[in-house]
Design a binder for this molecule. Structure first.
Ligand code: 4NP
Length: 176
């Protein structure tokens, strides 16, 4: 059993942005930007839309790798997301140094994403924007990262969507 707790400063930071009347700007990051992070983007956008709160959020995703730039999300992820009522139409792009100015939180899916993001961060201040998606998992989750589904079967994609739904709900609640 993994015990993850949302670091208090993240929730404080999100509240402070909302209190200033500014958009909360979040970027989800994985390796390929065709499975996990575009799914996180779609789920988060759906939550924010369903609460009538889309004008207060800026949500995007990117990859540390450059294998799939310009591509739609992986067909398997689109099929599994569609079964949950989500259409994923993000076009793959690579994360940039500018993203560290354009977003408040840069959310990596696993430890390797976070190591890569630390190398891209343009300053120590920018590096503080990097957090793990697992920081938003409900305490007691069996996982402490979002596993790469690329070489997995259907269960891998369903697991990723379950983990992301849980984390995105908690992320939304931590800001409100
Ligand atoms: P993602 O999954 O990081 O969740 O988008 C992957 C997609 C593609 C590759 C690796 C992971 N790839 O090596 O092409």
């Amino acid at each position: 059993m993994k015990h993850h707790e949302l670091p208090g400063h993240i929730s404080e930071k999100l509240h402070a942005i909302a209190e200033r009347g500014e958009k909360i700007r979040i970027l989800f990051v994985c390796l390929g930007n065709i499975c996990r992070s575009p799914a996180a983007e779609g789920i988060m956008r759906d939550i924010v839309d369903s609460r009538g709160d889309s004008q207060n959020w800026k949500i995007d995703s990117a990859g540390t790798g450059r294998y799939h730039i310009g591509d739609l999300p992986d067909r398997r992820m689109r099929v599994h997301a569609r079964q949950r009522g989500l259409e994923l139409d993000h076009r793959c792009r690579q994360v940039t140094q500018d993203d560290f100015n354009d977003f408040d939180l840069i959310i990596g899916m696993d430890a390797s994403n976070i190591t890569n993001l630390r190398q891209i961060a343009p300053s120590p201040e920018a590096e503080k924007k990097i957090v793990a998606m697992a920081d938003f998992f409900t305490p007691g989750s069996r996982y402490d990262y979002v596993p790469d589904p690329y070489y997995e079967g259907s269960e891998g994609f369903e697991l990723v969507l379950d983990l992301l739904e849980d984390a995105c709900r908690n992320l939304y609640d931590s800001a409100s």
